[in-house]
Ligand binder design. Sequence first.
Ligand code: ZN
Length: 131
Amino acid sequence: MKIYNFTIKTGKRTELIDVTQTVEDFIVKYGNGEGLCLVYSPHTTTAVIINEVYDPDVAFDINRFLDNLAPKNNNYRHAEGNSDAHIKAAIIGNSRILPYSGNKLILGRWEGIFLCEFDGPRQRNINIILI
Ligand code: ZN
């Protein structure tokens, strides 16, 4: 198992950022030909998803749906004022595991990996664990 890390600076409070190419760069450089790639964002207010990157309206719609599902203000108790972000992160999860072969991710034609920022803008870490 090999563990790598990169950082990303998010630009908005909520946004979905395509990190597919960066993840693939690690696999090309450090992969074992084939195996599993765990993408893990160690934060309580981010998530990692696999979804369509081809049409940016898909990411927009997912983000807006989540904003409606967990509104920013909803009489939450958590004093930090970001309970909506914690809830989104909790229900989605902050890691995904993907197979790779030929040192390329096995993804569907329109698929990619998104870091979901729910409480930005901030600097975020993403761990790439090659198994
Ligand atoms: Zn908080």
